[in-house]
Design a protein around this ligand. Structure first.
Ligand code: GLN
Length: 553
């Protein structure tokens, strides 16, 4: 079949969850046997989000081919189990860079280079890149930002042109917000009408409207919206708040979003989506009665998206262990050896988060020392793993001023040091060790047991590494390097075999955890936490009241 292009735009306000709606539709189409991919176009000028801090843009996700990407690509993978690549996330910066490179090469010689047609042509070329591979029946394209933003205009103009060129092979889904005015006790449709008008002014008639709402939008009101917005009455669907994002595919299917898309694109389809595995996951999630309490030690605790993939990987792992996840964010800047007992007692497991720079690092050391000494299941990821190494060097090997050269370039014991190939690099964008690398896992190690194999491939995003000059000293004192890259011999996993579960990974296993295929390391970590919980009893009320924490539902 011809590749079908589905565009997803958003209006009224940001943060409505275009990524979740795109992912849910992809999940349903895939469950009907179609080959699907989702891509995101972001209207900012950074070449990629790798240079944005989490305050600006939440987590930076990493694809297998080493692209630093928008966190929505994480949702795409978690919902579809289909890997994304650099081609799935394009920014205004990349579009302009490519056009300007062409201009300098002389590709447009003699011509004035303009937004229309040159920028829009480059956007259109990128939109079709994945479709042109012949690997996909559906390419879903999410346009970042909100209709009405100046910076989205070239993208929306490209959508307008593509819809015209592709005819029935393209359609547009517009996501809007229906607010509830408490004082009037009424839902209001006007913002949706205005938002659709704005889209129409740009020459785009949406085919399907998805209404984000906190209250049920009655059928009568949906009919009214359909009428005002020139949309088929059954093509106005609502997306109410649900307890977890993983329920959204079912909410969409209950309103026939997938059927409507197939009908409108003239795609023959028989039967229903096979959502068995998905429903099993939800059933397991809903059946879980007991809780596993995990602490996440990091410096961005007030940002719910800063550690998105870790949150989701922990959630998947909890469900596969038949537990509800009680995730507590622990501010590394507030943690020290004097209060570690108060802050950490009662947790069933502790994750020490990735990160960059000095801020909050001492809290991570304090957490790790406490967890190591109290035999609490502990998982260090990237900087978290590096902190495990430094804490062990300081407190077990007696190298009191051991450090990473990231924090102290003059440390006498550089147990974590800049990678050789990083030493000559001065540009900040896209220059870390990025993407999936193989890792040989030592037979019999905790990690090998968790993975059930001795060769894995996981994604990286770092500049510093374990310093192999110290390897023998660590291993003889009990910290084993149980994972290494087969060609560079970079250490990828450290663990303490004498501890019940104390594993650090230089890579980020959270990026590859999906609903269908959870990360084996996370599942094993949570299993150890559940075991620890059953040995040590319930979380104490005292420790509960000490955190200002959120519970991830
Ligand atoms: N800052 C560390 C490094 O660059 C760790 C990075 C991370 O945690 N992603 O090596």
């Amino acid at each position: 079949m011809e590749t079908k292009y589905i565009f997803v735009t958003g209006g009224v306000v940001s943060s409505l969850g275009k990524g979740i709606i795109s992912s849910s539709l992809a999940c349903l189409l895939k469950a009907r046997g179609f080959r699907v991919t989702i891509q995101k176009f972001d209207p900012y000028i950074n070449i990629d989000p790798g240079t944005l801090n989490p305050y600006e843009h939440g987590e930076c996700y990493v694809t297998v081919d080493g692209h630093e990407a928008d966190l929505d690509l994480g949702h795409y993978e978690r919902f579809t189990n289909v890997r994304t690549t650099r081609a799935n996330n394009v920014t205004t910066g990349r579009i302009y860079q490519s056009v300007i490179d062409k201009e300098r090469r002389g590709d447009y010689l003699g011509k004035t280079v303009q937004i229309i047609p040159h920028i829009t042509d480059e956007i259109k070329r990128n939109v079709k890149l994945l479709g042109n591979t012949g690997n996909y029946d559906f390419v879903i394209t999410e346009i970042g930002g909100t209709v009405g933003d100046i910076e989205s205009l070239p993208f929306l103009e490209s959508v307008r042109q593509l819809r015209w060129e592709l005819g029935r092979d393209a359609l547009c889904i517009h996501l809007t917000y229906v607010p509830y005015i408490h004082a009037a006790k009424e839902l209001k449709t006007k913002p949706t009408q205005h938002s659709v008008k704005q889209l129409q002014q740009l020459g785009i008639q949406p085919d399907i409207l998805v209404l984000r709402t906190e209250h049920d939008v009655p059928a009568e009101m949906r009919r009214k919206i359909a009428q005002f917005c020139n949309v088929a009455p059954d093509a106005v669907v609502q997306s109410p708040d649900v307890p977890t994002i993983y329920e959204v595919p079912l909410t969409m299917h209950a309103q026939h979003l997938d059927d409507i898309v197939l009908r409108m694109t003239g795609t023959p389809a028989d039967g229903q989506p096979r959502m068995g595995a998905w429903i099993n996951f939800l059933d397991k999630m809903n059946a879980a009665e007991e809780t596993v309490t995990i602490g996440l030690v990091g410096k961005y605790v007030e940002l719910q998206d800063a550690y998105k993939s870790i949150n989701e990987a922990l959630f998947h792992a909890a469900v596969y262990n038949d537990r509800k996840l009680d995730l507590r964010f622990i501010h590394s800047e507030k943690l020290h050896s004097g209060n570690a007992d108060d802050m950490l007692a009662g947790l069933d497991g502790v994750v020490v988060a990735p990160g960059f720079g000095q801020r909050g690092i001492d809290g991570k050391f304090a957490a790790l020392k406490w967890c190591r000494e109290h035999d609490v299941p502990t998982f260090g990821i990237c900087l978290g793993m590096q902190c495990m190494v430094i804490e062990f060097a300081r407190n077990v090997l007696g190298l009191t001023d051991a450090n990473s050269t990231e924090m102290d370039p003059r440390t006498p014991h550089n147990v974590i040091d800049l990678m050789e190939e990083q030493k000559s690099i001065s540009n900040m964008g896209g220059t870390m060790r990025l993407g999936a690398y193989d890792c040989d896992v030592r037979d019999g190690s905790r990690a090998a047991q968790a993975y059930g194999t001795t060769r894995v491939s996981e994604r990286h995003r770092h500049r510093f590494e374990f310093n192999n000059d110290y390897r023998d000293r660590f291993e003889s004192a009990g910290m084993q390097c149980t994972g290494e890259n087969p060609s560079s011999h970079l250490v990828e996993i450290v663990e303490l075999p004498d501890h019940r579960w104390f594993v650090g990974t230089q890579y980020h296993p959270e990026y590859s955890s999906t609903v269908e295929s959870p990360s084996p390391l996370f599942v094993d970590f949570v299993r150890a936490a559940v075991e620890y919980h059953s040995e040590h009893g319930r979380t104490t009320e005292r420790s509960k009241s000490l955190f200002g924490f959120n519970t991830l539902k």
